[in-house]
Design a protein around this ligand. Structure first.
Ligand code: SAM
Length: 431
């Protein structure tokens, strides 16, 4: 396989592409590298390859002509990839895709990047090594080339080396051990010396599942899991982030369609559905907020029917769900209850179907941000009824979560749907 590097610093590649297995692969002709320096295609005496950006701003931009001529000089460029933090995220499946090519050309940017018109002139595919910024594309290119080349038959000596590795089957790899049997009191797991290949394979699969659940639970959404895998995952400890999540459904103060502050009646449907969501996602608690006495009595009546009355015998599952509900007068009472349960003050995150268009309104909270907070403290998510939460509730919160379907005009969801979607975005199946 031939890799053609277009780089201002060809010397960068000398050592990494000559060491270890890669050096051997070059010697045996499995891979070949060549280098083209855009500086060799300049016409002025300073051999200039960069210029100031149109529109101003810091840094310099790589000029079109030396880059274009450098690309033209490559006889069989194959796919032309440009390393860029704006590109498609490189991963194992892209490595498997690239290893089928005979030739690959890799353009390494420097400075602020390249003149964008290069992408109009050549079929350049942008490839990113991750969501961070390097000084230049060379280090990124070395990572990519190494992960592609090692998939070539004969590169690693034994063919199946790549098959069981992390990311090959949508899971992280199981842990490895070698001699000695015991080191500073730490022993190698017994099963690995039992000689029973079936048991060892099963242990390794379970360890791969465990590693993935604990280190990269996000990967499980895309991995192929059979029934045994799911049973194994169910038996493992996991971070139950939902325990730190509390929901409040506010019936006062909310707005009516004229923007006036009103109280809205509590509904059977909301209490049932949101409690079922709360139980399914192992949420810490669900507060039905209303200061109105007859509404509170209605809620207590409903709860006692299902928790201790006839409903509890007819449908114990429902009783389990409704046991997470507390009826409180106001948000302050919910906060005090969370403090007494957890010893911590909850972060308040409000929700709204509307963007906050007030002048100087802060950027809405993101799901990633809220999930991150859940790792550290209880979070009370506040949902409104009627036409949404009154300003006095919104102002009390740390922020408002970005509306569901914020890019579209129509996003009128029932509060039950909004709760379900929001909780699922925060916790998914794995948290
Ligand atoms: C200093 S960076 C330019 C970053 C650019 N101004 C931006 O914000 O996207 C210079 C070059 O490093 C390479 N580079 C930086 N970070 C990278 C990454 N995460 N993946 C791939 N290439 C990267 C690219 O070739 C880029 O043109």
């Amino acid at each position: 396989m031939n890799f053609h590097f277009v780089s201002l610093f060809p010397e960068f590649f000398d050592s990494p592409l000559n060491a270890g297995l890669m050096g051997k692969a070059v010697q045996s002709g499995i891979v070949a590298f060549d280098h083209v320096n855009p500086r060799d295609f300049t016409v002025d005496k300073h051999r200039t390859v960069d210029d100031r950006p149109y529109g101003g701003g810091p840094g310099m931009v790589m000029m079109l002509e030396p880059l274009g001529k450098a690309l033209d000089s490559i006889e069989r460029p194959g796919r032309i990839l440009m390393m860029s933090p704006r590109g498609r995220r490189f991963d194992q499946s892209m490595a498997r895709e690239l290893v089928r090519e005979q030739d690959v050309t890799i353009l390494c940017g420097r400075y602020e990047g390249i003149d964008e018109r290069l992408l109009d002139l050549y079929p350049v595919e942008l490839v990113s090594m991750g969501d961070y910024v390097l000084n230049g594309g060379e280090a990124a290119a070395v990572c990519m080339v190494e992960s592609v080349a090692r998939l070539l038959p004969e590169f690693m000596g034994h063919e199946d080396s790549g098959e069981e590795e992390s990311h090959s089957a949508g899971l992280l790899e199981y842990p490895h051990y070698t001699r000695p049997d015991e080191y500073q009191g730490h022993k190698v797991p017994k099963v690995l010396s039992c000689g029973d290949h079936g048991r060892i394979a099963q242990w390794r699969r379970e360890e791969a599942l465990k590693q993935t659940l604990h280190r990269r639970p996000d990967m499980l959404a895309g991995s192929e899991l059979i029934q045994e895998d799911i049973d194994c995952l169910r038996g493992l400890d996991r971070t139950m982030l939902g325990r730190n999540l509390y929901l409040a459904l506010v019936h006062y103060p909310v707005l009516n369609k004229f923007g006036e502050k009103v109280a809205v009646s509590l509904t059977n449907l909301d209490i049932h559905d949101i409690s079922r969501v709360s139980r399914s996602y192992n949420v810490g608690g669900f507060y039905a907020v209303t200061p109105i006495e007859d509404q509170k009595a209605l809620a207590e009546n409903l709860l006692s029917h299902w928790l201790t009355g006839a409903g509890s015998k007819a449908n114990p599952d429902r009783a389990e769900a409704l046991s997470v509900v507390s009826v409180v007068d106001d948000i302050q009472s919910a906060i005090l209850d969370i403090q007494s349960r957890t010893g911590q003050s909850p972060l308040l995150a409000a929700t709204s179907a509307k963007l906050d268009r007030r002048k100087n309104a802060p950027a809405p909270l993101t799901y990633d941000w809220v999930r991150d907070r859940l790792e550290r403290q209880p979070v009370l998510l506040i949902f409104g009824t009627g036409h949404g939460l009154a300003d006095e509730v919104l102002d009390r919160a740390e922020g408002i979560i970005r509306p569901i379907r914020y890019l579209d005009e129509y996003n009128h969801l029932s509060v039950r749907s909004a709760v379900t979607i929001t909780v699922d975005r925060l916790l998914a199946d794995e948290f």
